[in-house]
Design a protein around this ligand. Sequence first.
Ligand code: G3P
Length: 222
Amino acid sequence: MQLYVDSANLTEIRHAASLGFISGVTTNPSLLAKEDPSLDIKTLILDIHKSVGGHTSVEVVSTDTDGMLREADEILSWFPEATIKIPFIPAGLAAVRALERQDVPTNVTLLFTPNQALIAANAGATYVSLFLGRLDDISTDGLQAVRDTVEIWDMHELESFIIAASIRTPIHVLECAKAGAHIATVPYKVLMQSMKHPLTDAGLAAFLADNEKMNAAKASLA
Ligand code: G3P
């Protein structure tokens, strides 16, 4: 399972990318709205893309097909390898089909059920983003939606990539990997949490202390 960072914060994205295990970044209008309003969106998106050097999903905000396609053209004029993120609404599905005909990759977002994901895949989505944390928020099992979607994908050999999104905890990451999601897009904080283990820290501290002791013992013999 590939890991993307779900963020529009350049500091977070640059640090996550510098660690070498991130294959992409997903943004959305809410994440962009958290950043400094004086930043130019095009410049920010291009900086984000340069920092990650891989998949970069940029979301449209139009709610009609023509508007979405116009926005997609603009984003693609910034960088042609952009993945256009499109909300799961009827107008969005038509935009996905039109972009698929032009070989433009799309990421259909705001999916909450396997049926929605199946419809998006049939419309030609390159990626389908299932929001599991927001399902958990309303007492519905988000991970089960991911598991069911993966089962359907395996059974029918569907080609769209399943992105587990709206990830809230390291356990979500673990369970999405076990379920067979192709990608998890993970907030920076959860990526950092997923790296941490007290035994790793304690083990390194002991190795370094023992190395110092050994060097001191050798120095005392010299
Ligand atoms: O990228 C979209 C998705 O990951 C949003 O997550 O935490 O706002 O539900 P969240």
